[in-house]
Design a protein around this ligand. Structure first.
Ligand code: DX5
Ligand code: ZN
Length: 216
């Protein structure tokens, strides 16, 4: 199964509730929530109060992407506020396996993310503890960047890794994904597609419809 996960980083925050309603009505099941701390990445996005409001507003699966240094400090609070999946960066965490264990112990989906320059092999020690692997296809920190073409080989490598496992592990990609490069990423093995600008710029409903047609 393929999923579209619209990233609200590209939403109009003055219209956030209405835009989330449109996304949900359009048949999307998952929302990508980018939390940035200004340390792990240069920019700051939003945090707990926004997640809390989103959760009240919709039934969408909250896919929280923590671009945060030492995320272990916050995972429990995020889960309490409604995160259904929490993804931490392998580069950001002093104790990756302890943090993944906390996430799994709370019964939510545990994800591990890889920056573009991080060797794919760095996730091998954690593969038994994750439900999702996020391959960054831009340098994290900002929406609207161009897709890094070297990502395709990395996606294929992760796909091979996942196929060698018995567990059901999803392969998420994030950054610079548009309708015109979607197909090659799906062919490489991605099955959860994050899209910010491509969903929220222009007509949200139409954008989602076009994505969904290619994801079937
Ligand atoms: C980037 C974030 C992404 C971002 C994607 O650091 O993790 O989720 O919102 O935005 P687009 O799709 O515009 O590249
Ligand atoms: Zn993200």
């Amino acid at each position: 199964m393929m999923n579209l996960a619209p990233s609200i980083l590209a939403a109009d925050f003055c219209e956030l509730g209405k835009q989330i309603d449109i996304v949900e009505k359009a048949g999307v099941s998952c929302l990508h929530v980018d939390i940035m701390d200004g340390v792990f990445v240069p920019s700051i996005s939003f945090g707990m109060p926004v997640l809390k409001c989103l959760k009240k507003r919709s039934k969408l699966f909250m896919d929280v992407h923590m671009m945060v240094d030492r995320p272990e400090r916050y995972v429990e609070e995020l889960i309490k506020l409604g995160a259904d999946g929490v993804t931490i960066h392998v580069e950001a965490c002093g104790c990756v396996s302890d943090t993944l264990a906390i996430i799994q112990d709370h019964g939510v989906r545990a994800g591990i993310a890889l920056n573009p320059e991080t060797p794919v092999r760095e996730i091998i020690p954690y593969i038994d503890m994750v439900d999702l692997i996020l391959v960054m296809t831009v340098h994290p920190g900002f929406g609207g960047q161009s897709y890094l073409t070297g990502s395709i080989d990395r996606i294929k490598m992760v796909r091979d890794m996942i196929n060698g496992q018995k567990r059901d592990i999803r392969l998420e990609i994030d950054g610079g994904i548009y309708l015109n490069n979607l197909k090659m990423n799906l062919e490489a093995g991605a099955d959860v597609i994050v899209a910010g600008s491509a969903v929220f710029e222009g007509d949200i409903e139409k954008n989602i419809k076009r994505f969904m047609e290619l994801l079937i």
